[in-house]
Design a protein around this ligand. Sequence first.
Ligand code: TXA
Ligand code: MG
Length: 389
Amino acid sequence: MKTKVISLYPDFDIDKLEFVAAAILHGKLVAFPTETVYGLGANALLPQAINSVFKVKKRPQDNPLIVHLSQIEQLDQVAKNIPDIAYKILAAFAPGPLTIILEKNEVIPNVVSRGLATVAIRFPSNKIAKTLIELAGVPIVAPSANISGKPSPTKAWHVYQDLNGKIPYILDGGTCEYGLESSIVDLSTKQAEILRPGLISAKDIYQKTGISVLEYQAKSHHSLSPKAPGQKYRHYSPAGTVMVLKEHPDLDQRMVNLQKGILDFIKRSETTIYEKYKLNQAIKIGLFVSLDVKRKFQENNLSLILQEKANEIFTKQSPEKKEKSLHIDFQLVSYENREGALEAARDLYNQFREFDSTKTDLIVCSAEPQLESGIAYMNRLGKAATFEV
Ligand code: TXA
Ligand code: MG
């Protein structure tokens, strides 16, 4: 199959969307941008189209899909016994990066909810997404448009990497505004609860609506049957090792920890490093850190210092390693953190893909637990990371 990328960025003509909307209506799969991540869209009412979504994404069979709508008035077409709090929460946050779980209406096929009695519903605010759903005139399922196990796509290019040749259309709407998947709040039980953290937190919901929602329970994603089935999968970890650089009030101490973490990694990865050394390949270390950390790293000349210290450790391990020195390639990517974790969140999945494409051995990410926006960021980072310093 030939995949056509349709550019709708920075602006778009509605004509360009009409035939794509018709394609979705008739069962084709179309990737489109939303304010969170790119979605793989299909007509929610056509079981065959839903089956294709699972096949194309290689999605685990027990992982239900989110139904996307354009108008709150359509809610009772997909859900039933809708509690008042659902309307209150939607009045405050829809359209936007929030998914709610309600009792499923029979109209929605079981293949969408994978046999659950509930259905996940979201009203995206992205203009392309909204217009597409409106024009198609049917509810649209849209899981993130990646192969399962890869990071969610935040640029059309990411979708292309994963799904080229597998779907007919990718709509290019530029980089996603938020960059992490929507918050999921379960409204189908007595106590509303966040099942997946996102931009909108329990605190935000309380502040805007007075409704108390249980904040995301970090432990629940380890259990075998979490309430959002998708949370039990390990999700994406880059091929390289991910290390989290913890918050510290003292930046100098943080830099000490950073050095320790990198050198620990060198010590622990003796065999892989030696393989690269024999092939004259550099060890690649990527840093995805806040601007202050990057500046300090450069000011303190840490790439040179670490290079020397790493060589000391390396040559101590065995004398034949003294012939030539070990090379470390540092790649520094930074973000400002004026808005808590927001800038980091926007670029995290993109950087995971970038670091993988350059076969980075160690990826260091600074923790950004500040403010509400840090909850989702730390959740996604935590799923990818193997250690922290
Ligand atoms: O931001 C988003 O939500 C993106 C964009 C494209 O809208 N979509 C997305 O879909 O992240 P996906 O399929 O990658 O993640 C859907 C999550 C999964 O963790 C799934 O288990 C959960 O929603 N889910 C779906 N239906 C559910 C239900 N009835 N009850 C509990 N969890 C549900
Ligand atoms: Mg996903």
